[in-house]
Design a protein around this ligand. Sequence first.
Ligand code: FEO
Length: 402
Amino acid sequence: MNKFEAIKISNNVFWVGAIDWNIRNMHGYATHRGTTYNAFLIMGEEPILIDTVKLDFYDEMMSRINSIINPNKIAYIISNHAEMDHSGSLVHAVNAINPKKIYASKNGKIALEKHFKNSGLNIDTVENGEVLDLAGNSFTFFETRMLHWPDSMVSYYHNDKILFTQDGFGMHLATTHLMASDNKKETIRYEAAKYFANILMPYSAIAKNVIKKLMDLDLEIDLIAPDHGPLWNTPELIKWIFSLYSEWLEQKPCKKAVVLFDSMWHSTEILAETIADTFMHKGIDVVVVSATKNDRSDLATEILECGILMVGTPTLNNNMFPTIADHLYYLKGLKPKNLIGQVFGSYGWSGEGVGQIEKIMKDMGVELIGEPLKCIYVPDDEIIGKTKKLAESIAEKLLNRS
Ligand code: FEO
């Protein structure tokens, strides 16, 4: 008896992936709601497996496959992306199935062979735009380099009009509702945005062209099937996720400010609250993020649809506060664009923290408005007045931009 069953998603295709309910950290990304690793089985004279799952979930995938066919009936495996959450089970699956062929992009073949050295994987490559007929199941492959690895490709399955997009359009969300339309819209919007911010944002400049080319193809799509989270299954949802991606790729400044801070004895916190209150009175949405109490990947999500980044730190042992360093180091790698902001903080003696952040913000391309704000020990009325003035000038700059 199979513990897990496959789920039919179209005429010929079954979902045979796995649900990782309790993963809470995926290489530094806080997955508060778990995730799924989606793999797909296309039935027909010569069945095809699209992607596999993280190695820990190999048995779950095989159990789902077993619930509909003997796995050794699978004739082909298509690997859209070489990262281990989708390829981790590949060698085990190949040994169990013994497929006629494995297909991947040119870079995919290189990446898979480098991951699984001496495994004897025999991979055929497909070109960008190549059409392949596998015993009546027809595909076109499109390279999507840097969306989000050099090897990434998407596979369009003509028979059922499904676009298999590996990480693209995905999200980390463990759910029994495989179709996006069966999930709460605010949840899937938030998790899709979080995924974009943390995984795809650094490659926006390249990804913009890739996505545009994909959209320009004007493919008839009934289902977008990413390798994580729910599948986009209605014309409205497909249009919606395409339009959200178009917005996120641009990162146009929004009327929102993120105030990131940490504090030792509440002084920097008082400045953060003063800034937030001033923004609020200027009609700007504000999110105040304590670096101690929040995860860096949640900060990144807030930054995606934002216009102002304010960062506040105390100085500890001649340095910025370590939690702030962690958040900024991570954020810098994600290359957010089109932000204005400033740095603030309390100090006791030398106060190097503010200057260190100023340098990082400049390196990140954040346009700094006015002067950094430093406060000796505890803010008094004069400092509060200066803080409000600074926040007002930054708010006005943003409002004049919008
Ligand atoms: Fe879900 Fe880039 O792997």
